[in-house]
Design a binder for this molecule. Structure first.
Ligand code: ASP
Ligand code: MG
Length: 400
């Protein structure tokens, strides 16, 4: 007998038929003798619909009231699922974030988990009940309802698994696991049997959209064994853990991020302190900078290019123009029509030639590289957005 936490995403509980299917997965796990805690997301597009509804009433609602509203979506899911399980004749109880002691910071809309007491969950498990928990929500020190940020139910599940020392945390979704790349871009994409936390973190933050980033961080910190699998087909999914068995391939996955913009400052003075002035202006406006490149310009000048999230592009340009004299550049150019394509793999630390293979693939596909950046387990290139899918397909063919 094991203690298993299962999380089902919004598409897995979108309608009556899907709720019944998921009820079947939950009750099978329970009937095999396991203790089962289930975390659910809001059905289908419920959260988006609620956001729209709010905008119709007030385009600028307080974050506290937004959380009060958005948390209702998950409550609908758990109560309906409880009813489906009741109908199968098994003992079940649904609980909200505050009922399980999901204590968070008061950052409405993006709260961080402080502690999960989970006493109520333990009591219910001792009574051999299936426990259903509303994902994405918590409670702060003012006893107000908070939410954990979009996609936060994954993090709810991992936090509960960590708090209960669960044997396994299964994240059920509409794909069969973690793939070598987005199957919509590359139909030959392969499902991975295993991936390390670090690789998964890189892929999650690069826009692979399989797991909420913070859920992977938490899983790594507390050593929670994760499995990503499909709620539609019953087969083993992808296990996320500290070390994987064999490094069959040099890389584990390829990711695309279109939420990037490139800003180039041209004709900066070539003297100490210039980079500091540029990035001080940006950091004062809380703009995050990713890839940075400095190159030599003409007549004792230099150019600095860097990337920011596309949502920060206009603000970055505005604040830099406002500080043109202080920073001291001749010209600024801004480009939002780019994408970041990255390869990720723990194997690249030990196998040489990974970068060269990637660049060869891009050359074969006649894709021009704007910028390159690397870390221990990742190589990213910036390419024109219209070339991104072609670049990914070419790289995939080269490595897999
Ligand atoms: N329902 C929330 C969202 O749509 C949380 C989640 O699904 O994980 O973002
Ligand atoms: Mg999700």
């Amino acid at each position: 007998m094991a203690l298993i936490v299962q999380k089902f995403g919004g598409s897995s509980v979108a309608d009556v038929e899907r709720i019944r299917r998921v009820a079947g997965i939950i009750t099978d796990t329970y009937s095999a003798g396991n203790d089962v805690v289930v975390v659910l997301s809001a059905q289908g597009d419920t959260t988006d619909d609620l956001i729209e509804k709010a905008a119709e009433i007030n385009p600028n609602p307080s974050k506290r009231e937004m959380d009060m509203l958005l948390s209702t979506g998950e409550q609908i899911s758990i109560s309906l699922m409880a009813m489906a399980i009741e109908q199968l004749g098994l003992p079940v109880v649904s609980l909200t974030g505050w009922q399980i002691g999901m204590q968070t910071t008061a950052d409405y809309g993006n709260a961080r988990i402080i502690r999960v007491t989970a006493d109520r969950i333990r009591t219910e498990l001792d009574r051999r009940r299936i426990v259903l928990v509303a994902g994405f929500q918590g409670i702060d020190k003012y006893d107000d309802i908070t939410t954990l940020g979009r996609g936060g139910s994954d993090t709810t599940a991992v936090a509960i698994a960590a708090s209960l020392h669960a044997d396994l945390c299964q994240i059920y979704t509409d794909v069969e696991g973690v793939y070598t790349c987005d199957p919509r871009i590359m139909p030959d994409a392969k499902k991975l049997d295993e991936i390390t936390y670090d690789e998964m973190l890189e892929l999650a933050s690069l826009g692979a959209q399989v797991l909420h980033n913070r859920s992977v961080e938490l899983a790594k910190r507390y050593g929670v064994k994760l499995e990503v699998l499909s709620s539609f087909v019953r087969k083993p999914g992808t296990q996320v853990k500290e070390v994987v068995k064999v490094e069959q391939t040099k890389i584990s996955g390829i990711a695309k991020d279109t939420n990037v913009a490139r800003i180039a400052l041209i004709g900066l003075r070539d003297e100490p302190g210039v980079a500091f002035k540029v990035f001080r202006v940006l950091s004062r406006s809380k703009i995050n900078v990713d890839i940075i490149l400095q190159s030599i310009g003409r007549d004792g000048t230099k150019d600095i290019s860097f990337t920011v999230a596309k949502s920060d592009m206009e603000l970055a340009e505005k604040v830099l123009r406002e500080h043109k004299d202080e920073v001291g550049f001749e010209d600024i150019s801004v480009n939002g029509d780019i994408a970041k394509v990255s390869i990720v793999g723990a194997g690249m630390m030990t196998s040489p030639g990974v970068a060269s293979l990637m660049f060869e693939a891009l050359y074969d596909a006649k894709v021009n590289i704007n910028m390159i950046s690397t870390s221990e387990i990742k190589i990213s290139v910036l390419v024109p957005v219209e070339d991104a899918d072609r670049a990914i397909a070419a790289i995939h063919r080269k490595f897999f």
